[in-house]
Design a protein around this ligand. Sequence first.
Ligand code: OVM
Length: 411
Amino acid sequence: MTTTLRPVPAVGAVDPFSPEVLGDPLPFHAALRDAGPVVPLSRYDGLYGMGRHADVHAALVDWQRFCSGAGVGLSNFRREEPWRPPSLLLETDPPHHDAPRHVLAPILGPRALRRLQGPWFAAAEEHVEDLLADAGPGETVAVDAMPALAESFPLRVFPDAVGIPREGREHLLPYGDHLFNAFGPSNELVAKGAPHVAEHAAWVNAQCRREVLSDDGFGAAIWAAADRGDITGEQAPLVVRSLLSAGVDTTVHGLGAVLRALATHPDAWARLRHDPALARVVFDEAIRWESPVQTFFRTAEVDVPVGDTVVPEGAKILMFLGSANHDPRRWTDPDRFDLTRDPSGHVGFGMGLHQCVGQHVARLEAAALLAALAARVERIEVAAEPTRHLNNTMRAFASQPMRLHLGQAPS
Ligand code: OVM
């Protein structure tokens, strides 16, 4: 008698969180997509991976079978103690998910953000003025775009909009870096952050109290929802915590992505300069192209057949958002940054009921910064190859040395 064993694709034995894959994920993603719609990832007990756009998209909208309540990291909250109290937005399913989401969505929605449009465009102009100092048309300014633009601009506007005090804001980026590492396995990246998490977390948690928050920010609006009874007084600080968790590092690396795209695609920069309304498409295509949030996990609520595999109840499935965003089954010439494509349908902000509630905030930050740069900078030149900052979840840059060539304002 002969038995046929399903061959485990070789890519399934690779550690997707190794420094090699984190540093250069595209070859791994291509092999994963080619191996099938869902692939066992044998480095981690009972883990599966999905890398094709159609399957990742379908799983993300299927919250009944691919749930978030057991955590969206490798750790299964039904078996292991989470490192912090679970997020009421990210790490929950309906019905618990719904009240916090319905409270937060309008606070961060396009209508509410109109109030910030003028101030943020002005802040971006000031930010770029400070950076370029007294350099004039025809001159060149050398910058590292990560600290000088991608990090400092969100840190200038976002914490004020939430309404937290100035003191201690240096905790925000390291807190986020650890949080995004902690969705992955407890590897070296997590170990490196572990000695300082408690301090960062204590500070972040303290900023979520109503007494600490200004009376006109996103934080106060969340507490006002608690006063109305839309969420409880126990939920309010955790909803504020979601802003401080998900709203900083993500936009930093989203801006890093769009600056990388524009520095390496001078034609795109020229088009944007002459039509600043393109900023939105430029940003979304950059989010697709770079996918700053690379991965999130789901947990199978029941046995789920996918292709000729059954993902067993209780299994974790790693959704490769960055891979879905580069799937040639969905995108023409996917590795190309291309302003003529329609990037909508990318899963860089996720998809379905957990899709990024802060995406309008991110787009406004990008639009403001790009408009301010476009008004002064004729050409962005890569001065040296960027360096990566490795994180278990985020595709991030540590540095991006650039030369900004100043011009006259575009006509
Ligand atoms: C949250 C949270 C944290 C990290 C990421 C995220 C991308 C949400 O605490 O709700 O969404």
